[in-house]
Design a protein around this ligand. Structure first.
Ligand SMILES: *Cc1c(COP(=O)(O)O)cnc(C)c1O
Length: 367
């Protein structure tokens, strides 16, 4: 029996160890722990990579979403439309600011918000839409931007899983007024702790976001807004500066590993493979398939030394934390069905053909 890693973070460190160690050491030697030159360097790289005028780093993807909503002045009495089939952070920040998340069901093929259902949920209180580019595939951003424009509301792409993805020739994070990403270690571009970034082409908004990130400060100890301590630290920026050099290569490897799974699992009737629309790609934050007898499937793979994960087992409208919103089972049937069948297989830039063959072989045995 083999023992497969779910995402090989150790292999990535080992591959570039000397560079990572030197970059981290430099921060320590210069004691430039907060807002060091590494942070500025990273922000320039992130902006250039996505084509955004501004990239403002911050403490996490959650911070990125929260600071974005703060910059738009969203709070008590406001509504923000999003998907119930996402990590809780997407909706949590809306609630933390006193606004109300309004859920809209997902598309059965891409698992992203179904834009055709958005308009019926817009009210005079709606201030923003947060589509999530789930598993690394951008949501239907053009359609969503058009709806938002018609109603005078703002779109924030939750690109926490999709940094590097391409949609109609443009990069995720730069597909709407604001884009937010996460550098949590397991994301397509991950650091060695928590981290995130906010992207926009609106310079006034960028200045407000940068200020909110540091206690609403405009000059040292002069505070224009009530903000947060939401900075990215220099060690994380140093790690990300190294990873940016190898990002495209790493993403290509993830994408080809996903293709290898798809090519080799295509004939099996009992498994629904991920579908990526032809006008975009997915950076495969997760390689998630659907299986009816999921628990047995997971057990079978576990016994063969193959780890799996579920993204996500319970849609947000059915979470205890959101009982107060008054949703019930059956409200979002696609999200509910998918959450019962979805399961993620091991993937990373460092997964080997041998490992994939072993996983594929064991999946075939199950069916
Ligand atoms: C990871 C993630 C977040 C939160 O990012 P953190 O850096 O962990 O705070 C938000 N939304 C989605 C869709 C995510 O996957």
């Amino acid at each position: 029996m083999q023992k497969i890693e779910f995402m090989n973070l150790k292999a990535e460190y080992a591959a570039y160890k000397a560079e990572f160690d030197a970059a981290i050491q430099e921060v320590c030697t210069n004691a430039s722990f907060i807002m060091g030159p590494q942070v500025k360097e990273l922000e320039a790289k992130l902006a250039a990579y996505t084509g955004s005028k501004a990239a403002i780093t911050c403490g996490s993807g959650t911070d990125a979403l929260m600071i974005s909503l703060m910059a738009l002045g969203i709070g008590a009495g406001d509504e923000v439309i999003t998907t119930p089939f996402t990590f809780i952070a997407t909706a949590e920040v809306i609630s933390l600011l006193g606004a109300t998340p309004v859920f809209v069901d997902i598309d059965e093929e891409t698992y992203n918000i179904d834009y055709k259902l958005i308009e019926s949920r817009i009210t005079p209180k709606t201030k923003a839409i947060i589509p999530v580019s789930l598993y690394g595939q951008p949501a239907d951003m053009d359609e969503i931007n058009a709806i938002a424009e018609k109603h005078g509301i703002t779109v924030i792409e939750d690109a926490c899983q999709s940094f590097g993805a391409v949609y109609k020739g443009r990069k995720s994070c730069n597909l709407s007024k604001i884009g937010c990403t996460s550098f949590f270690p397991s994301k397509p571009l991950g650091c060695y702790g928590d981290g995130g970034a906010i992207f926009t082409n609106d310079e006034a908004l960028a200045a407000k976001i940068a200020s909110l990130r540091v206690h609403g400060q405009t000059a040292r100890y002069f505070h224009q807004y009530v903000g947060v301590n939401g900075r990215l630290d220099s060690v994380q920026a140093a790690v990300l500066n190294v990873k940016m050099k190898y990002l495209d290569e790493a993403l290509e490897k993830r994408i080809s590993a996903a293709k290898y799974y798809c090519d080799n699992l295509a004939g099996i009737g009992g498994i629904v493979l991920p579908k990526v629309r032809s006008d975009r790609n997915s950076v495969v934050a997760q390689f998630s398939v659907r299986v009816k007898e999921r628990e047995k499937f997971i057990e079978h793979l576990k016994n063969a030394g193959v780890p799996t994960a579920i993204h996500y087992p319970k849609p947000l409208h059915l979470q205890a934390a959101y009982e107060n919103l008054g949703y019930k089972a059956g409200d979002f049937p696609v999200s509910e069905r998918v959450s019962k069948e979805i399961v993620s297989l091991p993937i990373s830039a460092f997964i080997t053909k041998e490992e994939q063959n072993y996983i594929i072989e064991n999946i075939k045995k199950f069916f």
